[in-house]
Ligand binder design. Sequence first.
Ligand SMILES: [Zn+2]
Length: 270
Amino acid sequence: MDVKLGPVIDFHAHHPNEPDFADRLVDLLPQAGIDTMCLCSAGAAFGHAPNDAILRAAQRHPGRIVALALIELGKDPPALVDEYAAQGYRGFKITDPRGPYDQEAYFPIYERMERTALPLLAHTGILMRTRMAPGRRVNSRWMRPVCLDAVVRSFPGLNVVGAHLGVPWHEEASMMARMHPNYYVDLTGAWWGGWRANKSADFYRYHFFWEGAWDKVLFGTDILRLEELLPAKRLHDELIEQLGLPDQAVRNIYGNTAARLLARQPCRIE
Ligand SMILES: [Zn+2]
């Protein structure tokens, strides 16, 4: 990348259930050109590590690994939000809720998250197929970007990053980012041929057309395995390079915006 970047922060990556993953990951970061990885679990069903393993990794590698705590909507009590914040998690992750993200029953959780001023990474869009536990409903529609509309309106101090540009509800996702100062997106997808495989530069220009649009996009790789880091970073670099964005926009995508969210800086409310 030609642009002189500031800190490079991968805001969306995962930690598999392997004890030495984070240590090996940190060794690989200079080669990838990444300074900091925000790691989170999407739950045991996806083969991810539990929250506390990720927190321990962050404590072993301060400045390199940042832990985001998975909150299971419909299962975890609101008080857990404060406990996690006190323990040193720097943000939260939600995915696969038991009902729509904007279900009132979840609002006490969002209210507590807002009070911590820590950012929330939300899966948005279609969810990978996994074996469902008996009696458990999984529904991608509950994770449509617009299901976060009432959430970001009701809790203006809560910064939400909607992952995967809401695939396939891309326009819903970009309009959320346009309308709400506290809604951001990432462009993560499978690097070997996910939803971005046949998207041209025009696709991104179409969705991010307004002034400052690229300040609402955060770099992420969504990796779960070490081997994915370099190709996922390369694919993201290629995607950004082809757009010919101003240097400052590129710096914001790769780290400035994430750094601001992690530093608990409130969004601008226009
Ligand atoms: Zn993910």
